[in-house]
Design a protein around this ligand. Structure first.
Ligand code: FAD
Length: 416
């Protein structure tokens, strides 16, 4: 197996990490990594954070996952600006838009996801942005950097990207309104306690955060740039620019055309194998059986992309292990670091540790008396300890945590 040829479609976090993991796990055969973007594979998280500050001094080169020399020295053929358009499963070959055909023994689909489109009139106007790739971020950064002007920025969707963007735009001196259709921010991802804390934090910084409000139309003159956002109740929000952050759709077209099993994502088993045993899928595009959730799911995080990259490399190298890695995630808003360990959705009880008013606290989440995750603000130690507890399977009950004077660090010492 070590000498067989591996082709990876998608040169993002998962694809680039998979190429690296294959080499570090002993794969000696040819590896080809195909990316439709022209850039070297880069990290996306800073695109809605440090990269967006006009004077932040962060360039795309700072975000590269690996230098160009890595791909040369590791013998990874990196094809940039090339789109994979067809899989022939009979002959095990992949067709590229340029006409090139590549033979594979194992194919890894790491095609990521793309922003969901806002289904209202005016959504295609100039001045309406999305934020997924480096080119999106560069366009947005230039617009936010307009000298000596306070812009009216309307952010549509209070998910992680929308809220991070609201934070960076506010800190850059702009007037920001966030419109969210749900009753609270990050409703599906976070506990009510954390949603409420984030809402208060944004409002205290001057963001107008509108909940339970829907966007009806993006207004402008003729086909000209956006100048206002009209809500369902008729209110018009002035907008020099609007950013749509209403979630993503997995890139599954290639898999669908190849007849692979697809749901919300490319369906894979515990070894990340699709319905064709020679083809794997990893990262944002893959729907996998999650041990923690007890059901199939897709995750959109660096942790998941990187851990699945290592897992797929092991399967291809002939040492398969089921994918069981613990999910974790982070976000940054107004200089606060929010960290999530485990999957907190589905909790039936929470216990608070620390001090929300001082922006240093954790919300521990339990289901049926068992710890399932934690959300921490500026409490990195709590986050690390909860990750260790969840990974080791150590028991922690809400009653233990609720005892006055309880400190996670004491528990951590017992684990050593
Ligand atoms: P991607 O990184 O999207 O890579 C997929 C690549 O495949 C893309 O380059 C795409 O162009 C290419 N591709 C698709 N189809 C084809 C084809 N047919 N042929 C060739 N190439 C193709 N996660 C966190 O954990 N913490 C964060 O703070 C965080 N912040 C984020 C901020 C932003 C602005 C964004 C956009 C994402 C953020 N994420 C964060 C999520 C994280 O970046 C993603 O989960 C991760 O990048 C997924 O990696 P991936 O390789 O699966 O997909």
């Amino acid at each position: 197996m070590a000498g067989q040829s591996v082709v990876i479609v998608g040169a993002g976090q998962a694809g680039s990490d998979a190429a690296a993991a294959l080499r570090s796990q002993g794969h000696t055969g040819p590896i080809t990594l195909i990316g439709e973007e022209s850039h070297l594979p880069y990290q996306r998280p800073p695109l809605s954070k440090a990269y967006l500050y006009p004077t932040g001094g962060v360039g795309l080169v700072d975000l590269e996952l690996r230098p160009a020399s890595f791909y040369d020295t590791q013998g990874v053929e990196l094809l940039r600006g090339e789109e994979a358009v067809r899989i022939d499963r009979e002959t095990r070959s992949l067709g590229l838009r340029s006409g090139r055909e590549l033979r594979y023994d194992s194919l890894v689909l790491a095609t990521g996801a793309r922003p969901r489109k806002l289904p209202v009139p005016g959504a295609e106007r100039p001045g309406v942005f999305v934020l997924r790739g480096a080119d999106d971020a560069e366009a947005l950064r230039q617009r936010l950097a307009e000298p000596d002007r306070t812009l009216n920025v309307v952010v549509i969707g209070a998910g992680f990207i929308g809220l991070e963007l609201a934070s960076t735009a506010t800190r850059s001196g702009h007037r920001v309104t966030v419109v969210e259709a749900q009753p609270r921010v990050l409703q599906r991802a976070l506990t009510e306690e954390m949603s409420d804390w984030l809402t208060a934090e944004h409002r205290s910084r001057g963001v107008r955060l509108l909940l339970r409000r829907e966007v009806a139309e993006l207004l402008g003159d003729g086909s000209g740039p956006v100048r206002a956002v009209r809500l369902g109740d008729g209110e018009e929000l002035p907008a020099d620019l609007a950013v749509v952050g209403i979630g993503v759709l997995p890139n599954v077209d290639l898999a669908v055309r190849a007849g692979l099993a697809v749901g919300d994502g490319i369906l894979v088993d515990e070894h990340l194998r699709t319905s064709d045993p020679a083809i794997f899928a990893i990262g944002d595009c893959a729907r996998f059986p999650s041990r923690q959730a007890g059901r199939p799911m897709r995750l959109e995080s660096v942790q998941n992309a990187s851990d699945q990259a290592r897992c797929v490399a092991a399967a291809i190298c002939g040492t398969p292990e089921p994918y069981t890695a613990l999910p974790w995630f982070w976000s940054e808003q107004y200089g606060h670091r929010l960290q999530i360990a485990g999957l907190t959705a589905g909790h039936d009880r929470t216990v608070l540790l620390g001090h929300p008013a001082q922006a240093r606290f954790s919300v521990l989440c339990f289901r049926e008396g068992r710890l399932i995750g934690a959300e921490s603000v500026n409490r990195a130690a709590d986050h690390g300890i909860v990750r260790r507890l969840l990974t080791s399977g150590a028991e922690l009950t809400p009653e233990q945590v609720a005892v006055p004077g309880f400190d996670l660090k004491d528990l951590n010492r017992q684990l050593v």
